[in-house]
Design a protein around this ligand. Structure first.
Ligand code: COA
Length: 233
């Protein structure tokens, strides 16, 4: 499912149960020591997904440990993201030369618990979600909204190290499966704060993903395509 939300050049892997966990590296096993069984299984299956992504990129398996803020530390030259929720685990990754940032998130389908939306959405965002719900009551817009903010945060944090609350982002969902978000951190943003992503809502799961390419210098972006490059091959 998650691959539907990611552009070419980003590899992904997902699992719907914990039947094939990864054997853990010693540092990963030490991290999971004393943790609940559910967390250990979730962690190991997500590592299996991440290692499949690394294999797709021609990279050897390696320990994927949390860095500052909990973000997974991918090997040098790789950007990626991990998510897990009940009945779902996934990872996505790409060469850092191809992608600047990736964030993926999974949530169980269905509305958010009562009271949560008021904590994570502005008045404008709530009004936007109410409009979407009026037009299509069967889609869990508030859950998609929550997940999309988390996906954007997972792309943002590894690049900046700046923690953001849910009110530090303004998000717009589009019924065609896209979303846009602008992060407005309390510090001057060292990277572009505008993210575009995609969402998917199935009967059991909501998935969201952000994958940002490197920004091209303006002169390169504006340069005309040479006739030879534009010719069919
Ligand atoms: C970090 C956070 C986004 C994780 O989301 P979640 O729904 O709780 O959990 P998920 O299962 O989807 O994702 C967990 C994975 O996210 C990754 N992750 C954790 N912290 C991260 C961070 N700071 N940056 C990027 N990825 C992170 C990890 O790989 C983790 O899995 P692992 O511990 O097995 O390695 C969430 O706990 C959080 O802190 N949210 C508050 C900040 C936020 O989302 N603000 C929105 C403003 S835009």
């Amino acid at each position: 499912m998650i691959e539907e939300l990611l552009p070419p050049g980003v590899t992904s892997s997902e699992a719907f149960d914990d039947a094939a966990p990864a054997p853990l590296f010693p540092a990963e096993a030490a991290l999971m020591q004393g943790r609940r069984d559910r967390r250990r299984r979730q962690f190991a299956t997500a590592r299996a997904c991440a290692r499949r992504c690394l294999a797709d990129l021609g990279r050897p398996a390696t320990a994927l440990l949390p860095g500052p803020g909990g973000a997974p530390q991918w090997p040098a030259g790789v950007v990626g993201s991990i998510t897990h929720c009940a009945g779902y685990r996934a990872a996505a990754a790409a060469p850092a030369s191809a992608m600047a940032a990736i964030g993926i998130d999974a949530e169980p389908a269905g509305p958010l618990p009562r009271g949560v939306l008021g904590l994570i959405a502005s008045d404008t965002e709530r009004s936007h979600l109410a409009d979407l719900a009026a037009a299509d009551p069967s889609t869990p817009w508030d859950r998609i909204f929550f997940s999309a903010k988390e996906a954007a945060y997972k792309a943002w944090y590894p690049a900046t190290g700046i923690w953001l609350g849910f009110r530090d982002a303004t998000l717009t969902l589009f019924p065609d499966g896209r979303f846009t978000t602008t992060l407005h951190p309390p510090l001057p943003p060292p990277v572009d704060p505008h993210y575009r992503g995609r969402w998917l809502a199935g009967p059991h799961l909501v998935l969201t993903a952000v994958a940002r390419e490197h920004r091209r210098p303006p002169q390169e972006a504006a340069a005309p395509v040479p006739a030879s490059a534009a010719a069919p091959v």
